[in-house]
Design a protein around this ligand. Structure first.
Ligand SMILES: [Zn+2]
Length: 63
């Protein structure tokens, strides 16, 4: 595994007031299929969490 990005393909450049995100110079940008899998995992987690909160009646609709 890459020692610079730890397999995330992202390198953080932390300044005094901001953090800039760069593609890892060793690994390059994340492959599309890996990115889509990551987005899908987040979507599934959020959907499962909303179902859980709906079941507990903790989500309130805001107009
Ligand atoms: Zn890397």
């Amino acid at each position: 595994m890459c020692q610079l990005c730890n397999g995330t393909h992202v390198v953080h450049d932390e300044g005094d007031y901001c953090t800039i995100y760069h593609c890892c110079p060793n690994c390059g940008p994340i492959p599309d299929e890996q990115w889509l899998a990551r987005i899908q995992a987040v979507y599934e987690w959020a959907t499962a969490r909303k179902v859980e909160l709906d079941r507990l009646n903790l989500v309130k609709e805001v107009c």
